[in-house]
Ligand binder design. Structure first.
Ligand code: FMN
Length: 239
């Protein structure tokens, strides 16, 4: 792979300019001729707003075809479906911007993680645009609560915390909300790495991009409510 010809569009995929091929997680993605033309043009003008009319003439390569706004819209929405983690912004007036994975994005992510690190609440971030929605960040309070190391958690689905204790009403609600990309607050039984039962009050928020068009993360806050839950159970036994 000639590194000079490769452009990373997001963290997990790149365009090989020599081969004119797109790779996601090192697997080639099948693209149509117009999709290839669109990517080549948008990459040449990355992070710049391009008008639909210019995109049309570039992609369909013909001045005698009448400009058709809908065909550009359809082309872009097909590309978004094929590559959910692509970040094409849509502005008023039919402008589209391909936002690439720049140093600025990387630094912002690092800065965000540094902020979350200081929170006393246990926090996790997952990436729904990757297969099986893996954990991409957990803060120190999260590690302290569940007793895992970050290496044991990153890249895995967060369901490992329920340790197979899956017949819980809270979990069904949680799954439903995630599928619908909605906010939820539930209490569920979880287990620390050592196997201790933890009653976890979880809130999960879907996080959208700045244009509020696309889901980019899920953020969860986990609160240990074991003491109150046990107290409640004792009270119920007495009464
Ligand atoms: C941000 C976030 C936090 C989550 N936290 C938990 C959790 O603490 N425990 C858990 O069992 N599932 C959690 N889930 C849900 C799991 O990812 C999974 O969807 C659920 O456990 C159902 O598992 P299944 O897909 O194997 O049926 C969380 C999901 C997201 C997106």
């Amino acid at each position: 792979m000639d590194k000079n010809k490769v452009t990373y569009i997001a963290e997990n995929f790149y365009w090989d300019g020599d081969l004119k091929k797109l790779f996601i997680e090192n697997q080639e993605v099948e693209l149509s001729v117009s999709q290839k033309r669109l990517i080549t043009y948008m990459l040449k003008n990355a992070n710049k707003a391009l008008q639909n009319v210019d995109i049309f003439y570039e992609v369909y390569n013909s001045m005698d075809r009448e400009f058709n706004e809908k065909s550009v819209r359809n082309l872009i929405s097909a590309l978004r479906k094929l590559i959910p983690s692509i970040n094409i912004k849509n502005d008023y007036g039919g402008y589209y911007t391909l936002v690439t994975y720049t140093q600025e994005n990387k630094e912002f992510k690092k800065y965000l993680f540094e902020i979350l690190e200081q929170s006393k609440n246990a926090i996790a971030l997952t990436d729904p645009n990757q297969f099986d929605n893996p954990i991409i960040y957990v803060n120190q309070a999260f590690l302290d609560l569940f007793g895992y190391s970050s290496e044991e958690l990153l890249g895995n689905n967060i369901r490992l915390l329920n340790n197979g204790d899956t017949t819980q009403e809270g979990l069904t609600q949680l799954k439903k909300a995630i599928r619908a990309e909605e906010f939820i607050e539930v209490n569920i039984r979880e287990y620390s790495k050592k196997g201790d039962l933890i009653y976890d009050e979880i809130t999960i928020s879907p996080i959208l991009d700045t244009q509020r068009e696309k889901l980019v993360y899920f953020l969860s806050v986990h609160k240990d409510i074991t003491a109150t839950q046990e107290l409640l159970q004792k009270l119920q036994e007495i009464l």
